[in-house]
Design a protein around this ligand. Structure first.
Ligand SMILES: [Zn+2]
Length: 259
């Protein structure tokens, strides 16, 4: 695989850490209706502006032991986690697909998915303002760059969104409660187009399995909370990225069991 570059992966990981800082700002401010560009970050307790030297991804949080330099207010572990996750996934993408359009598309999709997952975990919503642009961008990119024919990707979008819409529609009839939000359906339009037909099947399979497992564990621990539901967006995002990065390997291993 001559297209793979170790150096590319290292550089992209570092860029990903920086983009992760920005995604933290997006995920915090966007649902609160604040501008993501202005003003610069401040401590929510004492209002002190965060100094440039304290904006180094992950490192600053560890160095300051998760506290504001001015007032000592705790800074959520979520910030370094989002930065590390973005850096790690960006690096994996570059490692897997090298210097290519596929990598470029993947980096944008990963960034959307991290912001969307963080918002879904905190608010149980997937805003249209993010899922629509993701879907339009991915469909446009797939129709233009392939590498499979157009129906492969539009088929993935239709299959994925169709399955989730059926669940959204059927759950209240079958179980008497909502099993799925419309936000999940809209997210799946973009993810299905990103993954293609087989990738979409794998995405739904992995997301359901992981969602079920986590749901059962949380139920056991009595941690499901008032709403008795867990956001499904992060599982769909994880399934789609698993399928994009390792779908071929997983499929081969799976069918290898029978051949
Ligand atoms: Zn402070």
């Amino acid at each position: 695989m001559e297209a793979r570059g170790d150096w590319l992966a290292v550089v992209v990981t570092i860029l990903g850490l920086i983009v992760g800082s920005f995604l933290n700002v997006v995920a915090y401010r966007f649902p609160r209706g604040e501008s993501v560009m202005f003003p610069p970050s401040r401590c929510p307790r004492c209002g002190a502006r965060i100094r440039p030297r304290d904006l180094i991804p992950v490192v600053s949080w560890v160095w300051l032991r998760g506290r504001c330099r001015d007032c000592g207010a705790p800074v959520s572990l979520r910030y370094p986690l989002v930065e590390a996750l973005t850096g790690g996934l960006w690096g994996l993408a570059a490692w897997r697909y090298g210097w290519s359009l596929e990598t470029a598309l993947g980096l944008v999709v990963i960034s959307f998915l991290i912001a969307l997952s963080a918002i879904d975990l905190e608010w149980q919503i997937l805003p249209d303002e993010l899922t629509y642009p993701l879907a339009i961008m991915v469909i446009g990119a797939r129709l233009w760059m392939g590498p499979e024919p157009w129906w492969w990707y539009l088929g993935g979008a239709a299959l994925g969104a169709g399955m989730l819409f059926a669940l959204y529609w059927l759950s209240p009839l079958l179980f008497g409660k909502e099993g799925m939000g419309l936000g999940d359906v809209k997210l799946m339009v973009g993810l299905g187009a990103f993954s293609g037909l087989t990738g979409t099947v794998l995405t739904l399979f992995a997301a359901s399995l992981a969602g079920l497992a986590v749901g059962l564990v949380l139920q056991r621990m009595d941690r499901l909370g008032e709403q008795r539901r867990i956001p499904f967006g992060p599982f769909l995002a994880g399934g789609a990225l698993l399928s994009w990065l390792y779908g071929d390997t997983l499929m081969k291993a799976y069918f290898g069991l029978f051949l």
